[in-house]
Structure formats: structure tokens, C-alpha cells
Write a protein that binds this ligand. Structure first.
Ligand code: GTB
Length: 217
């Protein structure tokens, strides 16, 4: 059955891999599932056809036969459940890997997103500069805790899993801020994720969309 995901027609990040379709592409590449991409404009995301699939009018979405999904955590979990390679078979190890998936989107991603909010969305507000150090410190707390747990291990819990895929994807969003460099173990962890051939293919695919936009004007 054909898998179709959605992605930005014109990603605001210009193809740096920071839009959330990259993590879905990465998961599909890890398990060796081919997929098609439907590119959507900001306007189309808010129209009924897209809202029927994604109630919040966002990307990415995932369609496979009669199944339509939104939320990258749920999409990556679905891919990992249906195909071998992203979740351990041992039930306890599997449950722990799923914990890391939730930790990525529910515990680490929120403060990371606050940084985007304070720097970009609210960057022109008079209090933004005052708020910035508070947000940075909240992120550092999480990075310190995560780094302490990871230690010098390769991945968060044994073999690479969907938990690592989600965590690396979330941490990548911090790269432009320089915060990751304060935690060398985490920087190396993210680099290991990026070095995976599946990630490289996913990155190249989303970068090609942005390159085509630049060439097309
Ligand atoms: N919780 C949802 C999920 O994980 O699927 C969040 C989905 C989401 O935020 N999607 C964003 C979106 O559709 C794109 S990824 N935004 C449009 C809208 O809400 O109208 C977020 C994103 C946007 C831009 C950059 N960037 O420019 O670097 C990076 C990430």
C-alpha cells in the first residue's frame, strides 16, 4: 500500500531538515519503506481537505490506504510497530524505547520550542530579551539531565530505536543556538544519529524540495 506524507511546499527552514517531516522520512528510511510526498502550501494546510487529515492544519501527515495519521510521535510509533528495525522485540526494552519517544516530544521538545517562540515569534516584544535567559536555562536543565543519563553510551537504551530517532530529531532543532555544543556527549549523540544512512537519505530528500524551490524562483 502506498504511503503518502505531507511536507511544506516551501519550508521556512530552507531545507535544513528542521521541519517535522524529516523525522517521519527518517523513520520510513530506517525501516526501508518507500513513500510519496504531497507538498502543501501554508494556505492549503488550513483548507478543509487538509484539515480533514490534520485537525490543527499542520504538517506532516501520514496516509496509508484508509489510514490517516497526524502527530509525528504517533506516526513514527505506527511505522515502528508495523515494521522491524525501530523497536526492540523484548517487551520491556520496547516499553522503555517508547518511554524515550514520549520523553522526546513531551519533556525535551517543549522547552526547545520555547526558544523558537522567544527568539522568533515573540522576538520583537519588549520582554523577549528578559525572558530569553530563563528559557535557555530550562533547556540546559533538560540537556544536563539527558546527558547524565546517556553518559558515554551510543544510544539511550541499548540499540538505536525510535526513541533515539525522536530525541535526535528534537535536539537537532537546537543546533543553530549553539546550546548543543555545551554538552559534548549530546553533540556526539546527535552526530551519530545524523551519520546514519537512513537519516542522510531523509535529509537529502527534504533538502531536494527546498533546492527545487530555489531553482524555480
Ligand atoms: N506536534 C506536532 C507534530 O509533532 O506532528 C507539531 C507539528 C508542527 O508543528 N508542524 C509545523 C507546521 O505545520 C511544521 S514543523 N506549522 C505550520 C502551522 O502550524 O501553521 C515546525 C517547524 C516549522 C519551521 C521550522 N523552521 O523553519 O526551522 C522548523 C520546524
Amino acid at each position: 500500500m502506498t504511503i503518502t506524507i505531507t511536507a511544506f511546499e516551501r519550508s521556512p527552514d530552507g531545507g535544513r531538515g528542521l521541519s517535522r517531516d524529516t523525522r517521519v522520512r527518517w523513520a520510513l528510511e530506517e525501516v526501508g519503506q518507500p513513500y510519496e510526498v504531497r507538498l502543501v502550501s501554508f494556505q492549503a494546510m488550513k483548507e478543509p481537505a487538509h484539515l480533514a487529515i490534520h485537525p490543527f492544519g499542520q504538517i506532516p501527515t501520514y496516509e496509508e490506504g484508509g489510514l490517516a495519521l497526524f502527530e509525528t510521535g504517533a506516526i513514527v510509533f505506527h511505522i515502528a510497530e508495523r515494521h522491524a528495525g525501530l523497536l526492540p522485540f523484548d517487551p520491556d526494552a520496547r516499553a522503555r524505547a517508547i518511554s524515550w519517544m514520549f520523553a522526546a516530544v513531551n519533556t525535551v521538545e517543549p522547552p526547545v520550542l520555547e526558544l523558537v517562540t522567544v527568539k522568533i515569534l515573540e522576538g520583537d516584544k519588549p520582554w523577549a530579551q528578559e525572558r530569553l535567559p530563563l528559557v535557555l536555562e530550562r533547556i540546559r536543565v533538560r540537556l544536563r539531565q539527558l546527558s547524565a543519563r546517556l553518559g558515554d553510551a551510543e544510544w539511550l537504551d541499548g540499540a538505536f530505536s525510535a526513541g533515539d530517532l525522536m530525541m535526535v530529531s528534537v535536539l537537532l532543532r537546537l543546533r543553530p543556538s549553539g546550546l548543543l555544543d555545551e554538552f559534548p556527549e549530546l553533540a556526539a549523540y546527535v552526530a551519530r544519529g545524523e551519520a546514519r544512512p537512513a537519516y542522510q537519505r531523509a535529509y537529502a530528500a527534504q533538502a531536494a524540495v527546498a533546492a527545487a524551490v530555489r531553482e524555480g524562483g
